[in-house]
Design a protein around this ligand. Structure first.
Ligand code: TPP
Length: 378
């Protein structure tokens, strides 16, 4: 295994000193080390992976040095456009060292949304003509590889990618940042919201975003002995929850659609807010579970402490915006949310972290889709 500190020193020795990206669970110990040990000017947690390539390009234009961009392989789609139309050798030929968490590596067990992405990860990089290497777990082999590819990048300015297997890095615990203490956990907030809705009426649906939000919603439904047919749980496709919910809302005007989304997910593609109000989705109710973190993949910070989500939604044209800081406010605001004319947004402040024994849905995505479609089309 590689120790995050040792690998970090190796990068420093090769003058790779600037880091940007979107956190990933396989890279979480390395990302945590970078978060704790690199100044804020030299470590930018980006809104999405394409943005990270942009930030990296700006760094290189200003310093001539090689930036490192980290991401989960799910983020390669977001990064493809700037990789091919900005930093590519046939455009601006800007050097970047990519570090990609290899979820769904062939022959290793992983969740369904990672299987195909894992199978084609290296093929996609090959198709993009980006030389790619599996990061060795042995520090001296890693040293040889980094020295070699940094030399190559310096010569031809072409991006290179390190593909990182599960278990490559040894544990490193993220230090306590100036965390805001909140009364409710995310799971408690989800449970309170679900309990505040009248599910007998057949008028309400939920679309929930990628990561532990969907897993917790599933468990809350189990605990309350509800069915799962009124929920569309996202497993991949981070950042697109609100648009899935919009598509559903526009075609189901007799129902209201509650989109439960994480702050990292909303920030990833925040432009979608304007599409929601432009389309006057009156039955669209947006709940942001804000823990100021990418909690599902290691708890690295998001930009949320400087973002006023209600103000942004207001500026994008939402009809009503609200915030709840505790369980009493959540109950009051949920009541308002359910009766008001949308699109409406409620930001709910929640604590970072989840239960150790949080499970995963035991109904697969195809069956869940079928249940949801049957409910909508009945
Ligand atoms: C495009 C893409 N990039 C990165 C990931 C990895 N990922 C999964 S969940 C998650 C964090 C989500 O954070 P947030 O929406 O704030 O919800 P939280 O986990 O904090 O509840 C990330 C980065 C992904 N699935 N897809």
């Amino acid at each position: 295994m590689l120790e995050p500190s040792e690998f970090f020193s190796l990068l420093e020795e090769n003058e790779v000193e600037f880091f940007t990206g979107v956190p990933d669970s396989l890279l979480k110990y390395f990302c945590a080390y970078v978060t704790d040990n690199v100044s804020e000017e030299d470590h930018i947690i980006a809104a999405n992976e394409g943005n990270a390539i942009g930030v990296a390009a700006g760094y290189n234009l200003s310093t001539g040095k090689i930036p490192l961009v980290y991401m989960q392989n799910s983020g390669m789609g977001n990064a493809t456009n700037p990789l091919l139309s900005l930093v590519d050798e046939e455009v601006y030929n800007i050097p970047v060292l990519l570090m990609i968490g290899w979820r769904g590596e062939p022959k290793k067990k992983d969740a369904c949304q990672h299987i195909k992405q894992g199978r084609i990860t290296r093929g996609l990089l090959d198709t993009m003509e980006i030389p790619n290497y599996v990061l060795p777990e042995d520090i001296s082999e890693a040293r040889d590889l980094i020295e070699e590819i940094v030399e190559e990048i310096k010569e031809d300015c072409k991006p290179r990618a390190l593909v990182v297997r599960r278990g490559t890095f040894s544990e490193y615990t993220l230090g306590q940042m100036n965390e805001v203490k909140c009364e409710m956990s995310r799971e408690e907030a989800i449970e309170r919201m679900i309990k505040s809705v009248n599910w007998e009426s057949e008028e309400n649906l939920v679309v929930s975003s990628t990561g532990k939000i969907s897993r917790e919603l599933y468990e809350v439904r189990e605990r309350l002995d509800h069915g799962h047919e009124k929920d569309f749980l996202m497993v991949g496709s981070m950042g697109h929850a609100s648009q899935i919910a919009l598509g559903v809302a526009l075609k189901n005007e007799d129902k209201q659609v509650i989109c439960m989304e994480g702050d990292g997910s909303l920030i990833m593609h925040m432009g979608g807010l304007s599409t929601i109000s432009l389309n006057e989705a009156e039955n669209f109710k947006h709940v942001i579970l804000n823990n100021c973190a990418h909690d599902s993949v290691g708890g690295q910070p998001t930009a949320s402490p400087v973002v006023d989500f209600p103000k942004i939604a207001d500026g994008a044209g939402y009809e009503k915006v609200m915030r709840a800081d505790n369980s009493v406010e959540l109950e009051e605001k949920m009541e308002e949310l359910l009766v008001c004319k949308g699109p409406a947004l409620l930001e709910v402040r929640v604590q970072k972290g989840a239960r150790e024994d949080l499970g995963r849905p035991d109904i697969g995505p195809l069956d869940r889709k079928e249940m949801f479609m049957d409910f909508l089309q009945d």
